[in-house]
Design a protein around this ligand. Structure first.
Ligand code: ADP
Length: 261
């Protein structure tokens, strides 16, 4: 069989991700640029994977876009919802997956997957920042730490505090008042993670949570949220190193299915 290359592009709200896949199973190159829809991110991320793989656009059999900004990609062959793409990638990475929890920059979704890998039900929060990456990004800024460090900080917490407000704006005031009372930031961060986990667990319970549970999206890189969700759901959660690339990976896999062979 000659080599077939397909590309999946995930134009997110906060970041752009792109993957080139060989023969529908091998990742040839991948890249992430931390700016998303409406920025130079999508163009730069495509340039980056082509450069890394030493391929040109003409070498690609099919290009599929997903994510919040997918409608702006008028030069691709087709587009597909993030729901479908995350389900596809989670099933590819973990064939026993039945539940996918995807927390991205501006929404959180919980997907039910059939034993055959089909999306059968989902619940989504895209109306409010609470329970999303945005909530974590706002809180990290308030306590003056990097988002990348949140997981390590919460793991060192010895006395978790409760963030009672579900609204991001009120929760921000609560965090500021905790800082003013000299509460240790590790404990505040763990409280923030519990708050996110509580919101997302509410969504998860609406669709039902069945093993295996897989987390995708950029927030899966925050081990503090993963642990807090495991505690909330009483379930082990699988996180692939490709978690943030799940949308792009699913798009590249669908592109392979759709290509003209
Ligand atoms: P989108 O697809 O909407 O752009 P992503 O799935 O890329 O969103 O997720 C973005 C979120 O992931 C950010 O808001 C941030 O909270 C979180 N995130 C990204 N990178 C990291 C990291 N290294 N450590 C912890 N959290 C991260």
């Amino acid at each position: 069989m000659s080599e077939i290359f397909t590309m999946g592009i995930d134009v997110g709200s906060t970041s752009s991700k792109c993957i080139i896949l060989k023969n529908g199973k091998e990742i040839v190159s991948k890249s992430m640029i931390p700016v998303g829809a409406g920025t130079s991110g999508p163009r730069r991320v495509v340039e980056a994977v082509l450069r890394e793989s030493k391929l040109s656009i003409e070498d690609l059999s099919y290009i599929l876009a997903t994510g919040y900004g997918r409608h702006m990609m008028d030069w691709v062959h087709s587009e597909m919802s993030e729901l479908s793409c995350h389900a596809k990638a989670a099933y590819f990475l973990y064939p026993n997956v039945r539940t996918v929890i995807d927390i991205g920059g501006q929404d959180a979704k919980v997907l039910r997957i059939s034993p055959q890998g089909m999306l059968t039900n989902f619940a989504m929060n895209d109306k409010c920042a609470a329970g999303t990456g945005r909530f974590l990004d706002v809180m990290a800024r308030v306590i003056e730490v990097e988002v990348d460090d949140l997981g390590v900080l919460s793991a060192q917490s010895t006395n978790v505090i409760n963030i009672s407000s579900t609204c991001t704006v009120f929760a921000e005031s609560e965090v500021i008042s905790q800082l003013a009372q000299n509460t240790h930031i590790n404990d505040i961060v763990r409280g923030i993670h519990r708050s996110v986990a509580g919101r997302v667990a509410g969504l998860a319970k609406r669709v039902g949570v069945e093993d295996d549970v897989v987390m995708t999206g950029g927030v899966a890189k925050n081990n503090g949220v993963v642990v807090a969700l495991e505690e909330e759901l009483y379930k082990k959660i699988h996180v692939s190193p490709l978690a943030q690339y799940a949308g792009a990976l699913g798009a590249a896999l669908y592109a392979f299915d759709k290509r003209e062979s």
